[in-house]
Design a protein around this ligand. Structure first.
Ligand code: DLL
Length: 433
């Protein structure tokens, strides 16, 4: 039912690697100069390192420049990171900080247009087509997920249903009646919707949904298999962060699954060691650092995302490099009795077990001098007491075996673990700071 013409996007998507690199350097020089001229904090940080925009002669010279961090937004709250006067700002978003003030970001009209282009490019790369209905269950508001997918969906020629998060029963009705082919929401909310559809007597696989655009939180390959099996969709990974833009920084292409294509014509990536900040070669896991190449309102040079990934080579169909699916954030990493642990690793083990459901929480407490790790996970409906006891033992063993930690495993009844409408909170660390 493709009645509208597909929108035309700039053709760097199909440029040669050399042409892309030449354009990256050109844009990078502009972005560094723009930030230097208009953001006093960046100018001061450059001066402290004895570096100036003129030192940028090739892409690798970027490593001379200082890093930007989330703390910079807090320190220069609310508008200190902005590089344009207020009358050029067309939109403001914020991400809730874990401590105190939110991170405030802004967009010029040009920034909003480029953002919509990149989300449109992401949706098309996922297999969405003009004329499709997009059920957008990312939260609308200060969070970038809702409006980001909304504008990009419209730009791609989709009919966007701005469902936002919550009111799950109503969403079920909309999915049944409006027959969206594409759905966008966090992976954890996709499971909430799957349950709600089943509760309403609707087989999720029998709906019109065929493509899921899921991100905003880490999710394992096991979680992906679970969603695809239950929904009958291709569940694809979308990455982004508000400081750098919002959703649509990188997207898993439906024809090149398993990693996310980074839209390198707008964001220049580096991977650095989280401890030393030294760049590591492509193919090595480390912290993703992003530099915006085209952002006007809030240009960011060498932003430490805190996200752990690996840069992989481009594959056929695009000159742009790819990101390994994200393991988690450096600050989500739990250190329990000296062992480093990411929630995603627990998730993989849970979903490997046929009696367990993808609803879990991780609690860490301090018991005297000892850390105490406890995993609460729901059994699937209909699993009897014996099978629950078995699952409990098996999961405990596997955690010990694979992750080197003893953990208390609590098997809960279906529905006992709180559901989320947006980003799921998995970890509750009760240890004194
Ligand atoms: O979560 C933007 C977004 C909205 C992305 C909708 C995808 C879909 P923030 O609230 O600023 O922005 O949170 C950004 O979320 O640094 C990652 O730690 C995490 N994150 C985002 N996408 C993924 C993903 C939005 N696909 C932070 N996999 C980022 C793993 C992700 N983590």
């Amino acid at each position: 039912m493709a009645t509208r013409a597909a929108p035309v996007f700039d053709d760097l998507q199909h440029a040669s690697r050399d042409a892309l690199a030449a354009e990256q350097l050109h844009r990078l020089k502009w972005s560094v100069r723009h930030a230097h001229e208009n953001v006093s904090h960046f100018r001061a940080a450059c001066a402290a390192r004895g570096v100036a925009p003129g030192d940028l002669k090739q892409l690798s010279d970027l490593a001379l420049f200082p890093f930007a961090r989330k703390g910079d937004f807090r320190e220069h709250y609310p508008f200190g990171m902005f590089a344009v006067p207020q009358d050029r700002v067309a939109r403001i978003h914020a991400s809730s900080g874990t401590t105190g003030k939110p991170t405030i970001v802004g967009y010029t009209q040009g920034d909003l247009d480029r953002w919509a282009d990149l989300v449109a490019r992401s949706l098309l790369a996922a297999g969405a087509r003009p004329g499709d209905v997009l059920h957008n269950a990312y939260g609308y508001g200060l969070f970038t997920g809702g409006l980001g997918l909304h504008d990009g969906g419209q730009k791609a020629g989709l009919a966007v249903v701005p469902a936002s998060g919550g009111q799950t029963e109503r969403q079920v009705q909309l999915i049944v009646d409006l027959k969206p082919r594409v759905i966008a929401c966090t992976p954890s909310y996709m499971l909430v919707l799957a349950e709600a559809l089943e509760r309403a007597g609707v087989d999720p696989r029998a709906t019109a949904l065929r493509i899921g655009i899921h991100g905003a939180e880490p999710w394992s390959d096991e979680m992906r298999r679970e969603i695809e099996a239950r929904m009958g969709t291709a569940a694809l990974d979308i990455y982004g962060l508000s400081e750098v833009m919002g959703p649509g920084v990188a997207m898993e292409r439906v024809d090149a699954r398993g990693a996310l294509t980074l839209w390198e014509d707008h964001f220049y990536p580096e991977i650095v060691s989280p401890e030393t900040g030294e760049p590591v070669p492509d193919g090595t896991r480390g912290e993703l650092v992003l530099t915006t190449l085209t952002k006007e309102a809030v240009p960011l040079i060498r932003y430490r995302t805190g996200d752990l990934s690996t840069l992989l080579p481009a594959v056929e169909g695009s000159p742009m490099r790819r990101l390994e699916r994200l393991l988690g954030r450096t600050d989500d990493m739990l250190i329990v009795r000296g062992v480093n642990l990411f929630p995603r690793q627990i998730e993989e083990l849970i979903l490997d077990h046929p009696a367990l459901a993808p609803h879990y929480r991780i609690d860490v407490r301090r018991d005297g001098p000892m850390d105490h790790l406890s995993i609460t996970v729901e059994a699937l409906a209909g699993v009897d007491d014996d099978a629950c006891a078995g699952a409990r033992a098996v999961l405990g063993h596997r955690i010990k075996d694979r992750l080197g930690l003893s953990a208390e495993v609590v098997i809960a009844v279906a529905g006992a673990v709180a559901r989320s409408e947006g980003k799921a909170r998995r970890v509750f660390d009760h240890r004194p700071r």
